[in-house]
Write a protein that binds this ligand. Structure first.
Ligand SMILES: [Zn+2]
Length: 498
């Protein structure tokens, strides 16, 4: 009897082992088939745009690590929000008018009225996004002014009814799932606190001009005491954490995970940047849902340019106060002609070496940096990923094709992730930038898979969460490759379609 049982168990184990070997072999075969198919498409990518798009749309894309909530929400959704809240659109400048702006009410129109007038609706989209920017003759702003100018429109309606944030996130989750994105790390809302202080501003600018860092740090330290004593600050952190928790609870499930980055604007005064940065770091330190801190807004604007060094010192100071908090920083979103050549020479260097960023966003001007070689090897060795935003860089900076440094980063072994930035303003999606990546840079299947995997590996999730997400991604790839292999096996490759 014992012999029989042992023999039965051995047979079952052998069956399980051979069945595992069989499925591993099958998935290897599928992967090889898909790889060969994809590399054929990529070799003649311009001629296979639609086929590539279908492939890349269905392909698992892991995470999107650089996404701004307000800029990702499409203008159509904002119009739905305006209508739902019984607000109006200004005839003068297409801004949102709420019932609180009584004096502006006579000059408004309803969303229904706007939607019934094609010409006016088209003009509205041109103000609220990059739509039709260059396909017809009209008075154009500079692309960076157009792009960053759209953001002024978004906050009125979102602030009018806070529940719209959750509604917007549900829409973004649905879009992510449609294009097989399982994780988003989003710049959602700013920390909810900032404080003006002209004395602090003057002291900081004086210390940085004299390169007196110890003095600067003493000024920072004193201001932390002031901020911490402010009752508005004390309310801001729990208020922010409550908001992100209720939003995350409304969208997170087995198939989709959302995390947040708190962020500050680089075009505020030094005291405002410092106080909101301190708040953002506290928020990230206190919550597993807030996984990092960022700095946003136009890098070429006068305040951002003149205070850049100061901001880097602020980040460095915060990193020492909160060593567990990760940072991703917009850095090097500049190009020749936009600022003076000498201003292109050091922003990425300082973001990674002074501010100690864990990732950088954009990194477009790396070719102009005087320490480019050291920075690239530093990023490679320290595993500092660069978030690449092809469509956004093409529109705002006019940098695309061979002028874009994505190839340089890849060739130098810097971890690259592909991200969407502001797909509502840009009117595209993440898949669209994957198509651009393959069409412009001839990326083949294995490096493409590595870029997708990086989007989880270099996220700010903790190690345990990363392992869970990586396992999910692996399973998604196995299913996707099996599905594609089946299609490849049944499709005639060279016929007329008859
Ligand atoms: Zn961005």
């Amino acid at each position: 009897m014992l012999r029989k049982t042992v023999s039965l168990l051995c047979s079952l184990a052998l069956f399980a082992w051979s069945s595992n070997v069989y499925s591993a072999q099958k998935s290897d075969q599928s992967r090889e088939k898909v790889k060969a198919y994809f590399n054929r498409l990529a070799a003649d990518a311009r001629a296979h745009g639609a086929e590539l798009r279908m492939f890349l749309n269905l392909m698992p894309k892991g995470g999107d690590l650089h996404q701004h909530f307000t800029g990702t929400t499409y203008a159509e959704t904002y119009l739905d929000f305006v209508k739902k809240e019984n607000c109006w659109i200004s005839r003068k400048d297409f801004s949102v008018i709420t019932p609180r702006d009584k004096e502006k009410l006579p000059d408004t129109l309803s969303v229904d009225k706007l939607r019934s007038d094609n010409k006016m609706l088209s003009e509205f989209y041109q103000v609220w996004s990059d739509k039709d920017f260059s396909n017809h003759y009209h008075d154009e702003s500079a692309p960076d002014v157009q792009f960053f100018g759209t953001f002024a429109n978004f906050s009125t309606i979102l602030k009018y009814d806070g529940s719209l944030y959750t509604e917007g996130l549900k829409i973004l989750k649905n879009r992510a799932k449609l294009e097989n994105v399982q994780y988003i790390e989003q710049m959602f809302v700013s920390p909810g606190y900032k404080k003006k202080d002209a004395t602090f501003d003057n002291q900081c600018r004086k210390s940085i001009a004299n390169n007196n860092i110890p003095e600067l740090q003493r000024t920072f330290q004193d201001f932390v005491t002031v901020v911490k004593a402010d009752s508005l600050y004390q309310k801001a952190v729990p208020g922010y954490l409550k908001q992100v928790k209720s939003c995350a609870d409304a969208v997170n499930d087995e198939s989709f995970t959302l995390r947040f980055q708190s962020y500050v604007s680089r075009n505020d005064s030094p005291a405002e940047v410092f106080s909101s940065l301190y708040t953002a770091f506290c928020e990230a330190d206190k919550s597993d849902l807030v996984v990092g801190v960022n700095i946003v807004n136009a890098e070429n604007a006068p305040v951002a340019m003149s205070d850049y060094s100061l901001h880097m010192q602020m980040f460095r100071y915060m990193k020492e106060l909160f060593p567990g908090v990760k940072t991703s920083m917009h850095a090097g979103e500049l190009t020749i002609g936009m600022v003076r050549p000498e201003d292109l020479a050091w922003h990425i260097t300082d973001a990674v070496m002074v501010a100690q960023a864990n990732r950088i966003g954009h990194g477009v001007d790396i070719g102009y940096e005087v320490n480019a070689l050291e920075v690239l090897s530093f990023m490679r060795d320290k595993k500092i990923a660069v978030e690449i935003n092809l469509t956004s860089n093409e529109f705002i900076l006019g940098v695309k094709d061979g002028e874009h440094p994505v190839r340089l980063y890849l060739d130098q072994g810097v971890p690259v992730v592909l991200t969407s930035d502001d797909e509502g303003v840009s009117r595209n999606n993440l898949t669209d930038d994957y198509v651009n990546l393959v069409q412009r840079y001839g990326i083949t299947y294995e490096p493409l898979r590595a870029i997708v995997t990086n989007s989880i590996r270099y996220s700010f999730l903790n190690d345990k969460e990363k392992q869970v997400q990586l396992a999910k991604l692996d399973k998604r790839f196995t299913d996707f490759e099996a599905r594609m292999a089946k299609m490849i096996g049944t499709t005639p490759r060279s016929g007329t379609g008859n």
